[in-house]
Design a protein around this ligand. Structure first.
Ligand code: NAD
Ligand code: UD1
Length: 339
């Protein structure tokens, strides 16, 4: 069992991953600046797992904090979630995104190297593929993101690739997530958007609970099964387990590898609305509106490399994912802010 530093551990995916790391017997150290999360999430992770997380409140760009953290605790590997992630905001504030996501990662890697911590799992995204030429998407597809957020992910992947060449002992896995949704089955942790959600699934749950009047479906004239956009929705607990498997890979291999984490199945917006309604009994009023600028028609993963290298595959159904997200939304209508 290892001691893992989780940057951005209080966030949506980080909190679910900390639960699975603790369940697998790892020790967990969390570093978060709470710019997009709440300490309450860390409390609830501990409550679910029945184990302690060692929490450092601070920023990945703070080199002296990182040095004292690595001095205070012996870390075996890092899972690096901390980043800004809103596509629209990244277009408006590119420098903030490059600063936080790219410069922040450089600071983290320098501190890791100084502390002889040479293993890292990095949160990348299917957004690095931009508009794919063919489906399903394999990892050798061209990397050509079309917004600053996606550029930061592609840049960090390149930095990690070069770092692994330069440092013989280094090992890095970039996990290219497709669309993580849903929540822990306990309903105690989940996605907690600070503002109006940009993404489909949290918007659906907020409409279903009556916080928003109706869902706008962005276009029904895409070249897809029913004209609405198709994505690969992945249960966040499956995604979290992918990180535990990636750590196992880091322990037995070295060098850089980029791996898709998705289900391999595409679901349209209307299919998702119907799946949600039938899994929960709730209603999701919706209206078709114009396409969203920057959208693509369809995107789903070829997840065979994850199966081959990590022995991982998504096992949770669309129904599980809808039911868990709904349980979280109902129990926490204002997210962590109710506390
Ligand atoms: P999130 O915003 O919920 O979590 C990110 C966490 O990082 C937050 O707790 C935030 O406070 C923290 N953070 C941000 N900048 C920091 C800094 N400089 N120092 C310390 N902490 C900092 O996001 P998430 O959905 O859990 O995403 C986690 C990672 O996965 C991100 O890197 C994101 O880009 C990537 N990703 C997310 C999705 C998705 O759909 N959610 C898809 C693909 C990739
Ligand atoms: C978005 C981001 C992507 C990020 C991903 C992760 C953009 C342009 N892309 O992608 O970079 O990696 O989230 O979560 O923001 N939809 C509606 N109505 C809504 C919201 C969405 O119809 O209110 C549709 C979209 O048009 C799309 C599908 O639902 O067809 C999924 O959208 P979303 O959840 O935003 O995910 P992505 O578009 O894949």
């Amino acid at each position: 069992m290892a001691r893992i530093l989780v940057t951005g551990g209080a966030g949506y995916i980080g909190s679910h991953t900390m639960v699975e790391l603790l369940a697998a017997g790892h020790d967990v150290v969390c570093l978060d600046n709470f710019s997009n999360s709440s300490p309450e999430a860390v409390k609830r992770v501990q409550e679910i797992a029945g184990r302690e997380v060692r929490l450092f409140t601070g920023d990945i760009r703070d080199r002296s904090l990182l040095d004292s953290l690595f001095h205070a605790v012996k870390v075996d590997a890092v899972i690096h979630f901390a980043a800004l992630k809103a596509v629209g905001e990244s277009v408006a504030k590119p420098l903030a995104y490059y600063e936080n996501n790219v410069a922040g990662t450089l600071t983290l890697l320098e501190a890791m190297r100084a502390a002889h911590v040479m293993r890292i799992v990095f949160s990348s995204s299917a957004t690095v593929y931009g508009n794919p030429d063919k489906l399903p998407i394999t990892e050798d597809a061209p990397v050509r993101p079309f917004n600053p957020y996606g550029q930061t992910k592609a840049m960090v992947e390149q930095i990690l690739r070069d770092w692994c060449v330069a440092e013989p002992g280094a090992a890095a896995v970039a996990l290219r997530y497709f669309n993580p949704v849903g929540a822990h089955p306990s309903g105690r942790i989940g996605e907690d958007p600070a503002d109006i959600p940009n993404n489909l699934f949290p918007f659906i749950t907020q409409v279903a609970i009556g916080k928003r009047e109706r869902l706008s479906v962005f276009g029904n004239d895409w070249p897809t099964v029913d004209g609405t956009g198709v994505r690969d929705y992945l249960h966040v607990v499956d995604l979290a387990l992918g990180h535990v498997k990636a750590l196992d890979w880091l322990a037995r291999d070295h060098g850089f590898v980029a791996i898709n984490l998705g289900t391999g199945q595409g679901t349209s917006v209307l299919e998702m609305v119907h799946a949600f309604e039938s899994a929960t009994g709730a209603k999701v009023p919706h209206t078709i509106v114009a396409r969203r600028p920057g959208d693509i028609a369809a995107c789903w993963a070829d997840a065979s490399l994850a199966h081959r290298l990590l022995h991982w595959q998504a096992t949770r159904s669309l129904e599980d994912l809808c039911a868990s997200g709904w349980r979280w939304q109902q129990a926490n209508p204002e997210g962590y802010r109710t506390v």
